[in-house]
Design a protein around this ligand. Structure first.
Ligand code: PLP
Length: 389
């Protein structure tokens, strides 16, 4: 295929979607497949949110909206952001997008090019590295180690910066580990970045509402010294169980907002209007569904961590957020890909191999506990069988 732009050969994919497709194939053949592979809550979208979308359609909101999102939605994002973070943002700097992923895509198109270095979490969400590779920039791994509760070390991060570094990607609470970066590490980073005034940060805060125990969210926008170069990504997919509605947002510094908006105009034009009306209701309406979901996630996490650590050669940290656990599994000389494939093909349990999230993910598998407790119990029993074979 000589006609294709050569960057097309560098773009990666998301193995969670390939695993989902394979799980569906196995299920079609009559197997009972437990899907712990895909990262989407197993709860319905709250009914008041669904009703708001239906009303919007009935009220005739069927046309294009402004490319950055309807003003009332941007206002509700601003209000919610203030309520949760005590940080004021300008609603003119908010870009509403079809899912949070578009913010990753647009931001990497804005910063990535050959000769540029972009620091990205390892293990980290697959789309970061795929898109860095696509732009021709060089991805520099920022290790998030189990020994460090899957957080990063600010000094190590600062030591990776050089004059080619244009962007740092951070994600807390994190996919795939559930790790939460402590406030002190963020403070050290914000201070250290004063010496690197050209470097921007993309802070992926899509799991910021899904936190357990004493963990609190600290948005990177709360540090005045770096505020003008922080891009925040967040959205409705995880918090309100709205993955299929395709609704997310980015908060861009004023000086680069126009570029992000131009990419949006050239690509998606605007997000479908019914989803946007649903988004307003999600933020302004009752929050009990979110609270209930987090409570359920917490008890599933506790169950899994407890049971996993009882199995010989399996070691699992208790993550502070998101809905994933990331245990280290030692089984003969099998790598994470082999373990995950075996679990899917022979035990009919879908997980994602840690290596697909970066070199530092080797030896681990990602388990999404967006599934009911009965299935999690079955998974534990399958894993025990596998480890004993
Ligand atoms: N960022 C992270 C860390 C994610 O895990 C995901 C989805 O899995 C996204 C962004 C994208 O979310 P959305 O479905 O809103 O595009």
């Amino acid at each position: 295929m000589n006609g294709l732009n050569k960057s097309m050969y560098d773009i990666g994919s998301d193995s969670a979607f390939a695993i989902l497709a394979r799980s569906q194939e196995l299920a079609k053949k009559g197997n009972h497949v437990i899907n712990l592979g895909i990262g989407q809550p197993d709860f319905p979208t709250p009914p008041n949110v669904v009703e708001a979308a239906i009303k919007a359609i009935k009220d005739g909101h069927h046309g294009y909206t402004s490319s950055n999102g309807i003003p009332e939605l941007r206002e509700s994002v601003k209000e919610d952001f203030y309520k949760r973070n005590k940080v004021s943002i300008d609603s003119n700097n908010i870009l509403i997008t079809p899912g949070g992923k578009s913010i990753i895509f647009y931001t990497l198109l804005m910063f990535g090019q050959p000769g540029v270095e972009i620091i990205t979490p390892d293990p980290g969400f697959i789309a970061y590295k795929s898109m860095i590779d696509y732009t021709g920039a060089k991805a520099i791994s920022l290790p998030h180690r189990m020994e460090n509760d899957f957080s990063f070390d600010a000094e190590e991060l600062l030591s990776l910066i050089n004059n080619k570094t244009k962007l740092i990607i951070l994600n807390s609470p994190a996919n795939p580990t559930g790790g939460v970066v402590p406030e002190k590490e963020l403070e050290k980073l914000a201070n250290g970045l004063l010496e690197h005034p050209e470097v921007f940060i993309l802070s992926d805060e899509i799991y910021s509402r899904i936190l357990f125990d004493k963990h609190k969210h600290h948005t990177l926008l709360k540090y005045p010294e770096i505020k003008e170069r922080v891009i925040v990504l967040d959205g409705w997919s995880k918090t309100y169980s709205m993955t299929g509605w395709r609704l997310g947002f980015g908060i861009y510094p004023k000086k680069i907002f126009n570029y992000a908006e131009k990419l949006a105009i050239n690509c998606h034009s605007c997000v479908n209007s019914a989803s946007q009306f649903a988004g307003i209701e999600a933020l302004r309406g009752p929050q009990d569904n979110v609270d209930n979901m987090i409570e359920k996630f917490k008890s599933r996490r506790d169950f899994l961590v407890n049971e996993l650590n009882k199995i010989k050669n399996v070691e699992c940290k208790k993550p502070g957020g998101a809905f994933y656990v990331f245990p280290r599994i030692k089984k003969n000389k099998m790598n994470s890909n082999e373990i995950s494939s075996y679990l899917l093909e022979k035990k009919f349990v879908a997980t994602v191999p840690g290596s697909s999230f970066g070199e530092n993910g080797e030896g681990f598998i990602r388990i999404s506990y967006a599934n009911n407790i009965e299935n999690l119990e079955r998974f534990i029993s399958c894993l025990k069988d596998f480890m004993n074979e």
